[in-house]
Design a protein around this ligand. Structure first.
Ligand code: NAD
Ligand code: MG
Length: 380
């Protein structure tokens, strides 16, 4: 018997990588369900190639649900995530849209291979509680968090005193602050080491992605914000460092590829033979550099960590304001530097409350989107 997998967001960057990994390991896994927002043609092709039985397109576009075997509408995400034949849900949806499927899968006792870090950022306490209550398990796909997990080698975070997540620094690592006012969309989408979807690529340029990852690490590994640090490492070879109480430090290294953390999220704590990831060669990797973050020039990072520390609804508001501002930037409605400004203004006008239930989190998310939308319009 092979393990049934649902790939949510299968048409995206992580989704396509996941299907390649699953294709190489057909003897262990079979694809049960695939979902996408649009790109119906690609989704149907993927479903045929992987012989997926449940195929879900979120955008309806006047198509009858069930037409050509494709179920449509947003509720199909939860159906895919809780499908009885699915044991592992690989959540590769981008943004807040992934939250409900994460919660539903964990409540249904599934393993969630989580690329959708926004789920944990928006509602970390609720997501962790859903895993406890439903017997589900979260295994990170994010390369830095996969690195931490691999350094912990299944022993958990007891005895860990510090995590140091690496950041490539993005395309503007060496740009002087004054030039950050001239950034174009094409500049921001030119990531030096990773080929990813547009939203996370912009998040990597503003360093918002690293703040999302600090919050993600806080929930996944149960460490306080003072114990989670970030260092810029332009080569993206070292994915994270883990310091233990005797001050020994372990790191996980390798040439940048998401296929390795994806496979590990499917098999943890086991490892499978796989020839998909490039073999590491220290000489070819060359000189590895580490530098401090330029905190003053990339405010989206600091704001995200402040929101994480505040807890409650603040991280959901941060996430939503960021999503709205990034979309406006990608549509050339606001400047690059306005992304941080808009996030800051939205957070400043938010009264943080405890994130006790999903409705509270979704209400905070809606509020921040509306407020952020108004600010984007007046900034453009
Ligand atoms: P992407 O934009 O390439 O793909 C996103 C996928 O989500 C697509 O299949 C799209 O159809 C689907 N989607 C978008 N909006 C949706 C909605 N409203 N409802 C349902 N589905 C929707 O993004 P990506 O780069 O693959 O990133 C996916 C997630 O993985 C993000 O949370 C990102 O932060 C995380 N991640 C990505 C990488 C990477 O290398 N790309 C690395 C680490 C983490
Ligand atoms: Mg990452």
């Amino acid at each position: 018997m092979t393990v049934g997998v649902a790939v949510l967001g299968s048409t995206g960057s992580i989704g396509c990588s996941a299907l390649r990994v699953l294709e190489r390991h057909r003897d262990r896994f079979h694809v049960v369900a695939l979902t996408a927002y649009d790109s119906r043609e690609r989704l149907v092709q993927q479903a045929q190639a992987a012989q997926a039985r449940y195929v879900c397109l979120v955008r309806q576009d006047g198509v009858e649900s069930g037409d050509g075997g494709v179920v449509t509408g947003p509720t199909c995400l939860v159906e895919a995530a809780t499908h009885p034949d699915v044991a592992i849900v690989l959540n590769a949806i981008v943004g807040a849209a992934g939250l409900e499927a994460t919660l539903a899968a964990l409540r249904a006792g599934k393993r969630v291979a989580l690329a959708n870090k926004e789920s944990l950022v928006m509602a970390g306490d609720l997501v962790m509680a859903a895993a406890r209550d439903g017997g589900g398990e979260i295994v990170p796909v994010d390369s830095e968090h996969s690195a931490v997990l691999q350094c912990l080698a299944g022993h958990g975070a007891a005895g860990v005193t510090r995590l140091i997540l690496t950041a490539s620094g993005g395309p503007f690592r060496e740009w002087p602050a004054t030039r950050l006012h001239e950034v174009t969309v094409a500049d921001a989408l030119r990531h030096p080491t990773w080929d990813m979807g547009r939203k996370i690529t912009v998040d990597s340029a503003t360093l918002a992605n690293k703040a999302l990852e600090v919050i993600e690490a806080h929930y996944l590994f149960g460490l306080g914000y003072d114990e989670i640090e970030v260092v810029v490492h332009p080569q993206s070879i070292v994915h994270a460092f883990v310091e233990f109480r005797d001050r020994s430090v372990l790191a996980q290294v390798g040439f940048p590829t998401m296929e390795l953390p994806i496979l590990y999220a499917l098999t943890h704590p086991e490892r499978l033979s796989d020839d998909g990831a490039p073999r590491f060669n220290p000489v070819a990797a060359g000189v590895l550099a580490f530098e401090a973050l330029r905190l003053g020039d990339f405010p989206a990072f600091r704001l995200g960590v402040v929101a994480g520390r505040a807890g409650g609804t603040a991280p959901a508001v941060y996430n939503a304001a960021n999503e709205i501002a990034v979309r406006a930037f990608l549509e050339e409605r606001i400047a690059f530097h306005a992304i941080g400004e808009i996030i800051e203004q939205v957070l400043d006008s938010h009264d943080t409350s405890p994130a006790t239930d999903l409705e509270t989190v979704l209400a905070a998310d809606r509020w921040a989107r509306e407020r952020g939308g108004v600010l984007c319009s007046s900034a453009s």
